[in-house]
Design a protein. Structure first.
Length: 87
């Protein structure tokens, strides 16, 4: 079953809900998992999250330590991301 993203108009919480394809056009009858209000959900159309705040989606940014480690790894293996080396 596919996942659909919903947005609560009351508290701005964004969450995923797994639904059958036959149910995808029906309104979500469940209350918001964050504020528990009913009838405030709207389906998020699209899926281009580049313009949305990741924290609103419940996703956190990677820590600075993780980013530093990835940058160090990239410096140590400069051609690893070059897809032309695999041809």
């Amino acid at each position: 079953m596919p996942l659909y993203d919903y947005h609560c108009k009351s508290c701005d919480h964004v969450f995923e809900k797994q639904l059958k394809i036959a149910e995808m056009n029906q309104p979500l009858e469940e209350p918001c998992p964050e504020c528990n209000k009913e009838g405030e959900m709207e389906k998020v159309v699209g899926g281009n999250y580049a313009f949305m705040n990741p924290e609103q989606l419940g996703r956190n940014k990677p820590s600075q330590g993780w980013t530093d480690w990835l940058n160090l790894l990239k410096k140590q293996t400069p051609n690893s991301a070059d897809f032309n080396t695999f041809r």
